[in-house]
Design a protein around this ligand. Structure first.
Ligand code: HEM
Length: 458
């Protein structure tokens, strides 16, 4: 290993325990001790980076010198070996080219009203003055959005089955005990039938059966005139003119559920928590929305500066993914002027970079204004990773955050039903609020107009 990089000295077993029980303090303590690049045996001897210049090199000029890391190997257990996350090089490029269009550009416009409608419906179903849990509601929201976008379904047997099974699968994969099964291979035994590992695999099988049947039916019937993601993927051809196989389609749909639901619902839960915890922020947001003339056009609402800043700050302070995927050197590489052998893993740490005091003064404070005061580079702020692996759903996720938050705060009066601070904890390999966060619906909201320019400083 490079002589200039410090290695965490704590015994590996203790590091694993620290990492499993409290990943945030593991990262923060080692950053304080070793600085913005250190190696951790616990993460397979990889280098944990929170230096934007180094992240820039890895995401841009050196991107072709890396493959995906062991993290992605672990994810294969959940998503299957044909998922985009398992690919590298040309196959990765080709697959991303097929997957990107349904989540970008004009397609987003067609999803915007859907996001607003589902947000409305879900809050409408709550009982006035009775507490409800925000995280499960946000999971339902993001799951309904994904099922509609992927399959074009909003009701019926398949819709209900998928909603039930995918929610169950995500609950199992997100359970606090599951991470031990990911970390300790010896626990992953099929004969321990009660274990979440076996249950996860069983539910995964059931979902895959449904997916295979639907894929086959659509192929056989040849009814490919819908605008949903599955139709677009069934019609897509790679550069050689080949369609995706059934297994590729199945693993990709599992990936979209896995990647698209949990991270977005955790972010939304935080967004509601912070806007209701800090009344002055909610007030500013409401005044921005209420004073906006064109407030019936969701795509225009999504451009509002203070709303945007709140969503940026939410995933700055509480990034659902702690790291971008590990990048493993294919050959010996020179990074930041230092030599590293082939197979070295570089893990750009989103959490630590987003909490650098020099970039984000008072980083523990939730302060959306920082995003109105300065621009951050894509290596100082990268909640969606970067380079040739940047999150495929980044534009959709941001649209969901903005429109669900704007629709709900604009139309309903919600309150936090608990005062205890909420810490981030690990969930499904990422970070989520430690509790489901209790809120109360006080009723519909009546709107008022005030002078916006004073409030957002525009
Ligand atoms: C707030 C929500 C989200 C966050 C914070 C997030 C974050 C990330 C991050 C950090 C990566 C790794 C990128 C890298 O290593 O450079 C990633 C990959 C990915 N995300 Fe997201 N994501 C979110 C929502 C979504 C949604 C809604 C979808 C689905 C439409 C999605 C689909 C994917 C896929 C397919 C990959 C794998 C890309 C590849 O391997 O090339 N994500 N995401």
């Amino acid at each position: 290993m490079n002589q200039f990089i410090n290695e965490v000295e704590t015994p590996v077993w203790l590091q694993k325990l620290q990492w499993l029980s409290d990943p945030v303090s593991y990262l923060e303590k080692n950053y304080q001790k070793y600085g913005d690049m250190f190696t951790s045996k616990m993460l397979g001897g990889g280098i944990i980076i929170s230096n934007p210049q180094v992240t820039q090199e890895i995401f841009t000029t050196q991107a072709n010198n890396f493959d995906s890391g062991t993290t992605n190997g672990l994810l294969r257990n959940f998503l299957g070996s044909e998922s985009v996350i398992s690919l590298d090089g040309k196959p990765l490029k080709q697959r991303r080219k097929l997957l990107m269009p349904p989540f970008h550009g004009e397609r987003l416009q067609t999803y915007s009203q859907l996001i607003c409608d589902i947000s409305h419906n879900l809050v409408n179903q709550r009982t006035k003055d009775k507490p409800f849990m925000m995280r499960p509601m946000m999971q339902e929201l993001t799951l309904e959005i994904m099922i509609q976008i992927i399959f074009g379904l909003s009701e019926g047997k398949l819709y209900q089955q998928l909603k039930h099974l995918v929610a169950k699968w995500l609950e199992i994969t997100g359970s606090s005990i599951m991470i031990s099964f990911i970390f300790f291979r010896f626990l992953r035994k099929d004969w321990i039938t009660w274990s979440p590992w076996v249950q996860m695999k069983q539910v995964r099988r059931e979902i895959c059966e449904l997916l295979q049947t639907e894929i086959e039916t659509r192929r056989n019937e040849g009814k490919l005139d819908g605008e949903d993601v599955l139709t677009l993927l069934l019609l897509a051809r790679d550069e050689e003119g080949n369609p995706m196989t059934n297994t590729e389609l199945q693993d990709e749909l599992m990936t979209l559920f896995f990647a698209g639901v949990e991270s977005t619902s955790a972010s939304l839960t935080w967004a509601f928590y912070w806007t209701h915890k800090l009344p002055e922020i909610k007030e500013k947001l409401l005044q921005e929305i209420d004073n906006f003339e064109d407030n019936n056009d969701p795509m225009k609402i999504a451009k509002l500066p203070y709303l945007t800043a709140i969503c940026q700050e939410t995933i700055r302070k509480n990034p659902p993914a702690m790291f971008a995927f590990g990048r493993v050197a294919k050959y010996p590489v020179e990074i930041a002027g230092q030599q590293y052998p082939a197979k070295t893993t570089f893990s750009s740490c989103i959490y630590l970079t987003h909490h650098r005091e020099d970039l984000y003064p008072n980083p523990k404070q939730f302060r959306p204004e920082r995003f109105l005061e300065r621009n951050y580079s894509p290596y100082e702020y990268f909640p969606f990773g970067g380079g040739n692996r940047r999150c495929i759903g980044y534009a959709l996720a941001q649209l969901e955050l903005k429109l669900a938050l704007a629709t709900i705060v604009r139309n309903y009066h919600l309150e936090l039903a608990e005062t205890k601070p909420v810490k981030p904890i690990r969930r499904t390999g990422g970070l989520a609020p430690e509790r489901d966060i209790k809120m109360i619906l006080r009723g519909p909201r009546s709107k008022s107009r005030t002078n916006i320019s004073e409030l957002v400083g525009t």
